[in-house]
Design a binder for this molecule. Structure first.
Ligand code: SF4
Length: 355
């Protein structure tokens, strides 16, 4: 295999926080081996050989949704709605069976579900279990605020008081309104997403950041998105990781428009993200659910330093054709990381190492 050469100027500029959109666009024309070698060297410099994972469970409390996102294969696919006792049972299972440190809770949007319903969910979990609640996308926070007629700041304040520990930075898709108009016209706008996330950080609620790519967007749109995330991070410091989410193309209205990104394009996304974020955002997650295990291992050589969670239950990607299953034991994740030549460590949601 051809060996890449580290692009020294890009390497130095990334570490100094000086990568521009022009630099990033130029990297798209670079030899991919050089791009991957540069991203890998940055990963090594910034986070070393440790590759982390989190022991968690996803809980989708409903698939009923009034949203119209065209990439969504999850909405109303079964028509379920969990009660609080059912949610508590799932949290209990996650703690007992795998020693989960986090539950990640998201669901569809219902016209009659307002702030008190979301607050009650978090309060009930925290009353019974000592576990990190990573819950509710910026869209859900926006939705509950609208339904209840309260400002976003107040929703965030009440959620935090109830025990919300952090939020997934989902619903970001591509943060370019022209693209959003095509793929999720009824979702919150780019400015509204930024507003909710920034307010969450100010309220002491960290978030992740995501990008869903490989559908109708261009590379320019992807770069606009990544630089916007970097700007937010520079202002608030509240983002814990970037999670690139490759578009899962089955069973949705965008299926005819895109078969998703190629594996090579996926790896380019990881490498470019690593270069753009430099020391601003040290953690880039390779989602084994979306990429599949083998490509996630390759991503660890293209800039990624985390493989996500044990998940335990996965409905959203599965509805869209993901084949990688719903659960990976902590031991299996460690084996996958070691097989890729890295050193596994369990982390918590906020990237503190547990072992
Ligand atoms: S992505 Fe979320 S908000 Fe959009 S339609 Fe699907 S469940 Fe609803």
């Amino acid at each position: 295999m051809e060996k890449g050469i580290v692009l020294n100027d890009i390497y130095e500029r990334s570490l100094a926080g000086k990568i521009t959109k022009k630099d990033a666009a130029g990297l798209l024309k670079a030899n991919v081996y050089d791009l991957f070698a540069t991203a890998d060297r940055l990963r090594q410099e910034i986070v070393g050989d440790t590759v982390t994972y989190v022991v968690n469970r996803n809980i989708n409390f409903t698939d009923r949704c009034i949203g119209t996102c065209r990439f969504c294969s999850f909405r109303n696919s079964v028509g379920f709605q969990l009660t609080i006792p059912q949610i508590l049972r799932k949290v209990g299972e996650a703690k007992e069976k795998i020693g989960a440190t986090e539950v990640c809770i998201q669901g569809g949007l219902q016209p009659d579900m307002g702030l008190p319903d979301y607050v009650a969910m978090i309060r009930a979990i925290k009353a019974k279990y000592d576990i990190h609640t990573h819950a509710f996308s910026p869209m859900e926070v926006y939705h509950m605020s609208q339904v209840s007629g309260v400002p976003v700041e107040e929703s965030l304040r009440q959620l935090k008081a109830a025990g919300l520990d952090s939020m997934p930075g989902t619903a970001a898709e591509i943060l370019v309104d022209r693209v959003r108009a095509q793929i999720c016209p009824d979702k919150l706008t780019t400015a509204e997403w930024v507003d909710v996330v920034t307010k969450a950080h100010r309220a002491g609620i960290p978030t992740t950041a995501t990008i869903m790519y490989g559908h109708v967007e261009s590379w320019k749109d992807r770069l606009d998105h990544l630089f916007l995330i970097r700007d937010i991070q520079r202002k608030t410091g509240g983002i814990t990781e970037l999670v690139p989410l490759t578009f899962m193309y089955q069973n949705n209205a965008l299926t005819k428009k895109s078969m998703g990104a190629s594996g090579l394009d996926d790896m380019r996304m990881y490498a470019i993200a690593r270069v753009i974020f430099g020391r601003d955002l040290p953690n880039v997650q390779a989602s084994w659910v979306k990429l599949g295990v083998k490509l996630a291992q390759v991503a660890l050589w293209c800039g990624a330093n985390d493989v996500g969670g044990t998940i335990m239950e996965e409905n959203i990607s599965k509805s869209a054709g993901a084949k990688s299953g719903e659960y990976m034991s902590p031991q299996a994740l460690r084996t996958i990381i070691k097989a890729a030549g890295r050193v596994p460590h369990q982390r918590n949601t906020l990237y503190q190492l547990i072992d």
